[in-house]
Ligand binder design. Structure first.
Ligand SMILES: NC(=O)c1ccc[n+]([C@@H]2O[C@H](COP(=O)([O-])OP(=O)(O)OC[C@H]3O[C@@H](n4cnc5c(N)ncnc54)[C@H](O)[C@@H]3O)[C@@H](O)[C@H]2O)c1
Length: 257
């Protein structure tokens, strides 16, 4: 029974990939507020360091770890640097060049490969690196950030959605394999966030934001902070009987059965 919710994952060590901005930054902050020591991974050292400084200012514990999660050797080096983890959040999913928003028929392998590498291959690679330590210690939480583009399907984001759907399938299968070792594996599937290039476009054209928000029963797009509370809960002891699931965090855009 958890009595002190303020530090209810105290003592756990977590890594959040792509945590230098956006959803990953918000999850890293919330994990640290709940008591975890957090490794903040990003491609960019200055972003990871800034998030660690923010966490430090709040009295939390965080360290940066720079690695491209698509680069297998970099993942091995990251694992050596961090040591074993209790909690892995596979969050990185938007390549630096962004997501191709084009009809599939106008795309080619040069558009597909970066999306598949980051949203599927990197999830496998990073999970493979950290899973043995979790199995050995008989406790682990693996959470992958996916998208309604993979759960429902979206025009012009077909391959991104396919890679996310594959990551969800991977998580379900892995959950069945490792549950008996005390390791849970889940996903959160996000709707559209008012973040990054989209936030800038909405700033310039507020009618775009209003039009997009109409598809959401709660009447607004997501904020990057919205997924963090559920992410922390799924990474806690309290969620030991929750595994192999995909939870939408999407303002009701595409309800799960
Ligand atoms: N933003 C949305 O509307 C939205 C919607 C649905 C799902 N998602 C998912 O949420 C997750 C986070 O998205 P976001 O919009 O916060 O991302 P973002 O674009 O803000 O990127 C976050 C960080 O990831 C880092 N990153 C990118 N590639 C990396 C790599 N190869 N290795 C290490 N770090 C890397 C970037 O440097 C950046 O600092 C992704 O998995 C994304 O697919 C986002």
């Amino acid at each position: 029974m958890i009595r002190d919710w303020s530090r209810f994952i105290g003592g756990r060590v977590a890594l959040v990939t792509g945590a230098g901005a956006g959803v990953g930054r918000a999850i890293a902050l919330q994990l640290a507020r709940a008591g975890a020591a957090v490794w903040v991974n990003d491609l960019h050292a200055e972003r990871a360091e800034k998030v660690c400084a923010e966490i430090g200012e709040e009295g939390g514990e965080a360290r940066p770890v720079v690695a491209d999660v698509c680069d297998r050797e970099a993942v091995v080096r990251m694992h050596t640097e961090t040591g074993p983890l209790d909690i892995l959040v596979n969050n990185a999913g938007i390549p630096p060049e962004g997501i191709t928003v084009k009809p599939f028929v106008e795309t080619g392998p040069e558009d597909w490969d970066p999306l598949i590498r980051l949203n599927l291959a990197a999830v496998l690679g990073v999970t493979r690196a950290y899973l043995p330590g979790m199995i050995e210690r008989r406790w682990g939480r693996i959470l992958t950030v996916t998208s309604d583009a993979g759960r429902r399907g979206e025009r012009k984001q077909v391959v991104y959605g396919a890679a996310k759907a594959a990551a969800m399938g991977f998580s379900r299968g892995l959950a069945a394999e490792v549950g008996r070792h005390g390791v849970t594996v889940n996903c959160i599937a996000l709707g559209t966030m008012r973040h990054g290039a989209l936030a800038e476009a909405i700033e310039r054209h507020p009618e775009l934001g209003a039009r997009l928000a109409r598809a959401y029963p709660v009447g607004r797009l997501g904020e990057v902070e919205d997924p963090a509370p559920l992410a922390v809960l799924l990474c806690s002891d309290a969620a030991s009987w929750i595994t192999g699931q995909v939870y939408p965090v999407d303002g009701g855009y595409f309800p799960a059965l």
